[in-house]
Design a protein around this ligand. Structure first.
Ligand code: 13P
Ligand code: SF4
Length: 331
């Protein structure tokens, strides 16, 4: 007998003390089933405030981990433990190597303030927390870097070199990327780890030129994970939520090409909105979660045998939480 996943998911949500959460990049059919949707900052904040003891999080691993870190009493399950490719580029030992690089180049450890993009493993967030550092998201990176600079220390920014460099540029700061050309930490304010998002690397200067030639007057709006060359020539740069607001607020006749994940752009206003790419820039791991996965995860709670539970050890929770709470405290 075929299972009607939608009907079963609705039934299970009514019967269980569970909140289903989905990031904006999820497939439409999964996204539509969620009680809470949003970008990574909104999801972290709203999960913490949510009353239900169970969270089923359709997203990538670091997002489920973040909920577990800020609300360890919750049971967090993921329909698919999908990994963000960028988050996988750095682990604790790469983080230590980056600190060692700065120390070797004359910056004492106590003069380094690490900031990690939320797209990182809890173990990296914990290392950052232990050093007095903070987490940031693409919505609040400007404020967090600004706050970090008040310490008078050098900022070590991990793992996304694009986010680090784009915000440094917008703040008039000097930045460099470890392992790329001459990166002298003494000469830079923001020293970036060499990580990136392969999805957002798909948007190019040529794509911008193509759309501007084809539709003179078109607006170009991109996510700060895009390459610095693209961000420099865009009309608007913003996180997922900021991009949605920007596009919604445009005159309906204003054309716009958006440089971010396909599922999200596809869900924006239909008319006069284009994906800034000749390819279909889907986040492969976000797309792994299916309705069947969501159903099976909820069913596992009903059956008393929960699957795909996120477990984070107490030491990691303690220090990753410090880094996340420092971010959440900055309005
Ligand atoms: P947001 O912080 O905008 O949700 O982005 C998360 C992400 O993974 C972007 O690629
Ligand atoms: Fe990670 Fe890029 Fe996917 Fe965002 S789009 S979750 S940064 S791989």
């Amino acid at each position: 007998m075929r299972i009607d996943y939608r009907a079963e998911i609705k039934r299970l949500k009514e019967e269980l003390d569970v909140t289903v959460v989905a990031h904006y990049y999820q497939r439409d059919e999964v996204f539509e089933m969620a009680d809470i949707t949003g970008d990574s900052l909104e999801l972290a904040r709203r999960c913490k405030a949510d009353k239900n003891p169970w969270v089923v999080f359709a997203g990538v691993g670091f997002m489920g981990q973040s909920v577990k870190v800020i609300a360890p009493e919750k049971r967090v399950l993921m329909p698919k433990i999908a990994c963000c490719a960028m988050a996988r580029m750095i682990d604790g030992s790469y983080f230590d190597e980056s600190v060692a690089y700065m120390v070797k180049h004359g910056i004492a450890k106590e003069n380094i303030l690490p900031i990690t993009y939320i797209n990182s493993d809890a173990s990296v967030k914990a290392k950052v927390g232990e050093m007095g550092g903070m987490v940031c998201t693409s919505s609040n990176a400007y404020k967090i870097i600004e706050k970090g600079l008040e310490s008078g220390k050098k900022i070590l920014f991990v793992p996304d070199r694009c986010l680090g460099q784009n915000f440094a540029n917008s703040m008039g700061l000097k930045s460099c990327v470890i392992g790329v050309g001459e990166c002298d930490p003494k000469e830079a304010d923001v020293i970036c780890f060499n990580g990136f998002c392969s999805v957002h690397q798909l948007f190019t200067v040529e794509d911008v030129a193509f759309y501007r030639n084809k539709y003179p007057g078109i607006k170009i709006a991109v996510h700060p994970e895009c390459d610095t060359s693209v961000v420099k020539i865009a009309d608007f740069v913003g996180s997922t939520s900021q991009l949605i607001k920007y596009v919604n607020d445009l005159d309906p006749e204003q054309k716009v090409a958006v440089g971010t994940e396909y599922n999200l752009v596809h869900r924006m206003r239909e008319k006069n909105t284009y994906v800034l790419s000749s390819t279909k820039p889907e986040c492969p791991t976000m797309n792994e979660t299916t309705l069947e996965d969501l159903y099976l995860t909820l069913k596992s709670i009903e059956d008393g045998n929960p699957i795909n539970e996120i477990v984070v050890d107490p030491h990691t929770v303690k220090y990753a939480n410090l880094a996340l709470e420092r971010m959440l405290a900055i309005k």
